[in-house]
Design a protein around this ligand. Structure first.
Ligand code: UDP
Length: 313
């Protein structure tokens, strides 16, 4: 991978920054582009001064200029938690549509491999369970989550159009719930919310009756799957996630236990269109990429708790 150059949009975000680290480890030079709307410079601070790393502060919904050759473009820029995209609905729609268009345009110009960070949200509130890639989804286009779901669905359509019409070598990863160090404490997602509430001894806010399910993947496994997909020749979408499913109420109890907290669980209103179930079918990733997650949830959650304890002091 020596002399290969990758552009990572959203490279200062949770997944983007882990991806920058991993690609540099693989020997690539990484150009990280981020407008720092939800990204955090602290996530990439350790890379400043590394000759294999360059940071450009830029909003990728505008024309992206990168001089010289580029071999890979990984489009990870987007608000990515329900609270973020409720606060930033227009930016979310723009980065998924205009941003994907600009990133694909760059890939076409540079003859680079393009990887789209898509999402399990393309399945919406799913009617089939677990979700496999051939399921078309159940998304409310005009609901508050629609700004994210539809932007990502459009991004997938645009990626396939650039692949079919312009012969761009593309990949689409459908990322299921992922957690780990560098998640933003205030991003409103279940894990950061529960861990910070548990550490501070505050009530744990479970939304709805807590019977909705999710399946949480540790970040190192997720990045491993994404990198395997990037270096494969698979153009169709591939789910990457951990099939180990549990209810949100069970997850809250697990976090209370693992933090040794005395917090009690309280129940709050369920957000609109909150999916009732979610679990990836990862047969395709296993078969085509030889990938499956390795990190047990309790082990991963403990590592993440350690990270949050450090940033909370
Ligand atoms: N959730 C919760 N309490 C919180 C934050 C989230 O009960 O403080 C629930 C949320 O309603 C959803 C699940 O946890 O059912 C996972 O939410 P998250 O925002 O992490 O991601 P999602 O899978 O909904 O995109």
């Amino acid at each position: 991978m020596k002399n290969k150059i990758a552009v990572v949009t959203g490279g200062a975000g949770f997944l983007g920054s882990h991806l920058c680290d991993r690609l540099i480890q693989e020997g690539l030079k990484v150009i990280c582009i981020d407008n720092l709307l939800t990204g955090n410079i602290a996530n990439i601070e350790h890379l400043f001064g590394n000759e294999k790393f360059e940071f450009i502060k830029h909003d990728v919904t505008n024309f992206i200029h990168v001089p010289g050759k580029v071999d890979y473009i990984l489009h990870f820029a987007s608000p990515a938690s329900p609270i973020d995209y409720l606060k930033l609905p227009i930016q979310t729609l723009k980065v998924g549509s205009l941003g994907t268009h600009k990133a694909l345009g760059l890939a076409k110009e540079k003859n680079a491999v393009f990887l789209l960070a898509s999402t399990s949200e393309v399945y919406g509130d799913p009617e089939i369970h677990p979700q496999s890639e051939d399921y078309w989804g159940n998304v409310n286009p005009i609901g508050p989550r629609g700004v994210y779901d539809e932007a990502k669905r459009f991004a997938e359509a645009l990626t396939m159009a650039y692949h079919r019409f312009h012969n761009v070598d593309t990949r689409i990863v459908r990322i299921f719930n992922t957690y780990g160090p560098r998640m933003r404490l205030g991003d409103g997602r279940a894990l950061p919310a529960f861990v910070s509430q548990a550490i501070k001894g505050e009530d744990i806010t479970v939304f709805g009756d807590g019977k909705q399910t999710r399946s949480f993947c540790y970040v190192d496994d997720q990045i491993d799957g994404i990198v395997k997909l990037l270096f494969s020749n698979v153009n169709e979408p591939v789910n990457i996630g951990n099939p180990s499913e549990l209810t949100i109420e069970e997850f809250a109890r697990e976090i209370v236990e693992l933090t040794n907290s005395k917090s009690k669980i309280v129940y709050k209103e369920l957000p609109v269109d909150d999916p009732k179930v979610r679990q990836p079918n990862i047969d395709k990733a296993k078969k085509l990429l030889g990938w499956e997650p390795k990190v047990d949830r309790r082990e991963g959650v403990l590592k993440t708790i350690e990270y949050f304890r450090k940033i909370l002091v």
